[in-house]
Unconditional design. Structure first.
Length: 279
């Protein structure tokens, strides 16, 4: 590959490992702690995480330390790139961008740290597009322009079975979670301005996910890239993807992935994410 620009992201992007390797995307791992034991999230089996969450064990997440970014940036510099584009989880949800910026200040080539305002494949799909451009030999200005257009046009919706896990991590209020649980309400959330906001709600997952599909297929026209991801809900995510396939015009084969363990730790078992970005 005639690569002038290195692409770095973090593990919450949920990019398939094989695709990240093929496109030369460097993925920095966030840390996951279960009952006091910490590890890179890629080493934590999802079924173990889900069982820990259901059992009420303490589960916490943490941004990578700045040195983790620095050594990955240094590796890219040693390969002769002109610049690094480092794209990460929304700063409204994590301190990951802050750690990346601290490391960027110590690197000898320009490092552009981008707060995506997204998470999961809402981050991952724009990163994939940026990496494809970099692999074609695009300069940093072209990569940044493409990346920003993708991020600005991306819609990311998240269905959760319960708000309880988001409450535990401080992403929603205790009152919201209690009311939803008492009324058996299933919420649909949307990423907006770097944070999760309620978009719709209903009784039962199928009804709420139908609302998400209807919203996606009603507002998008032309060619798009789209994906679904899930935490311990493969059949549900597959059902959603099949519905989206009927109503959207994919530019490429849509992705269906199990989300990163970090995202799963906040969204909870049964969660499904939908990402759509104009191609």
């Amino acid at each position: 590959m005639n690569r002038r620009v290195a692409i770095v992201t973090d593990s919450t992007a949920s990019i398939p490992a094989g695709l990240a390797e093929e496109l030369g995307i460097t993925v920095v791992q966030l840390d996951l702690t279960i009952d006091g034991k910490s590890d890179d999230e890629r080493r934590v089996p999802h079924d173990r995480l889900a069982e820990a969450m259901r059992s009420g064990l303490t589960v916490t997440t943490a941004a990578p330390p700045a040195p983790a970014f620095f050594w990955n940036y240094a590796d890219a510099v040693s390969e002769g790139v002109e610049a690094i584009v480092s794209v990460h989880l929304s700063s409204g949800l994590s301190a990951t961008c802050e750690a990346a910026r601290a490391a960027a200040a110590e690197v000898s080539v320009p490092v552009h740290v981008i707060d995506s305002g997204m998470c999961g494949l809402g981050l991952g799909l724009p990163v994939i597009a940026a990496a494809e451009a970099a692999a074609r030999g695009a300069d940093v200005h072209a990569v940044l322009d493409l990346l920003q257009r993708r991020l600005n046009g991306t819609t990311e919706m998240v269905y959760v079975d319960t708000l309880e896990y988001l409450r535990r991590s401080g992403r929603v209020s205790g009152g919201q979670a209690t009311l939803a649980r008492a009324l058996s309400i299933k919420p649909l959330l949307v990423m907006r301005d770097g944070e999760l906001h309620e978009m719709a709600k209903g009784i039962g997952p199928e009804r709420v996910l139908r609302k998400a599909v209807e919203q996606a297929t009603r507002t998008e026209s032309g060619r798009v890239d789209f994906a679904t991801e899930h935490f311990q809900a493969p059949e549900r995510a597959k059902w959603v993807l099949e519905k989206l396939n009927r109503g959207l015009s994919p530019q490429r084969e849509p992705l269906l992935e199990e989300t990163s363990a970090i995202i799963g730790a906040h969204a909870g078992p049964g969660a499904v994410g939908i990402t759509i970005t104009p191609a």
